[in-house]
Design a protein around this ligand. Structure first.
Ligand code: NAP
Length: 284
């Protein structure tokens, strides 16, 4: 496993396993156990995924010492306030059966971000969270939060895949010491990503799958990647990316696939904020 050092000195694995859209508790527990057995040390869940308890069970049964694991969870927007964040964090911790998490993220850049962030800063200083960060923040939103608070986010988890490469955002985050972490490394399987001719050609050259090429491309860019699979064979396959290196030519060819295409929504579009607000009964 390769690691990156966050802006507060904490070591974070470069490759992680995510559990979005695996709601069934038994399946979640089984695949997380499989992921840890395979070698994954970074597990990414969230309050809104509804599966923190199952993740916690898998952590317990894995037999891997707690300090070797890197557990991320996220605060959902329904609890974006100082008090709400404190309460929701404790609930997440209880569900996970842990006494600290490695990374806690504000899931979306909406609502009372500042109130919630101040709660995270306190929990961080109390040692209940080893690093605090954000998710789906554009560089301007990140700058606003960082400039008016004490602790700079250690991580920004954003949608990054071959069709949405965000090179300019990565450059900005790097310049401020904020680690880019990607979600949706396979574009959630959309746009025929697994059979894309450029990716197929490169994959054949190395005797790898297109999924492995996409994850390797992120690793070589210095991005912490997450992938999700409920299929044990693919869980193992997605971890087997440390024995080949994409050439500079391959990296440049993959760069040509960028079309700024999102699988979710543009976080600068007011409609996105209206949609997110509607999830918690707010409208404009
Ligand atoms: P993803 O990893 O891009 O794609 C998952 C899809 O790819 C699933 O349909 C999966 O199917 C398939 N797949 C996985 N490995 C494969 C392989 N080797 N070959 C072929 N198909 C494969 O999408 P994601 O789950 O949305 O994103 C990954 C993680 O990022 C999430 O689990 C979550 O932890 C995080 N995330 C965060 C946010 C955020 O707002 N912060 C948003 C979305 C996701 P099978 O399961 O059948 O293999």
């Amino acid at each position: 496993m390769e690691y990156t050092t966050l802006n507060n000195g904490v070591q974070m694995p470069m490759v992680g396993f995510g559990v979005f859209q695996i709601r069934d508790a038994k399946t979640t527990q089984t695949v997380v156990e499989e992921a840890i057995k395979t070698g994954y040390r970074l597990i990414d869940t969230a309050q809104s995924y509804g599966n923190e308890e199952a993740v916690g069970k898998a952590i317990k049964t894995s037999g891997v010492p707690r300090k070797e694991l890197f557990i991320t969870t996220k605060l959902w927007i329904s609890d974006f306030s100082y008090e709400g964040a404190k309460k929701a964090f404790q609930e997440s911790l209880d569900k996970l059966g842990l006494d600290y998490v490695d990374l806690y993220l504000l899931h979306q850049p909406v609502g009372d971000i500042f109130g919630a962030w101040r709660a995270l800063e306190e929990l961080y200083k109390e040692g209940k969270i080893r690093a605090i960060g954000v998710s789906n923040f554009k560089p301007d939103q990140l700058a606003n939060l960082a400039a008016f608070n004490e602790v700079t986010p250690a991580v920004n988890q954003v949608e990054v895949h071959v069709f949405n490469q965000k090179e300019d955002e990565e450059e900005y985050m790097n310049s401020k010491g904020v680690q880019m972490e990607s979600w949706g490394a396979f574009a959630e399987g959309q746009f025929d990503v697994f059979t894309n001719p450029i990716l197929v050609k490169i994959a054949e050259k190395y005797g790898k799958s297109t999924a492995q090429v996409m994850l390797r491309w992120q690793l070589q860019r210095g991005i912490v990647s997450l992938s999700k699979s409920a299929n044990p064979e693919r869980v193992r396959q997605n971890f087997d990316i440390f024995d080949f290196v994409l050439s500079e030519e391959d990296m440049q060819e993959i760069a040509t696939l960028d079309s700024n295409t999102t699988v979710f929504a543009d976080h600068h579009d007011p409609k996105t904020f209206e949609l997110l607000a509607s999830f918690v009964g707010k409208s404009f």
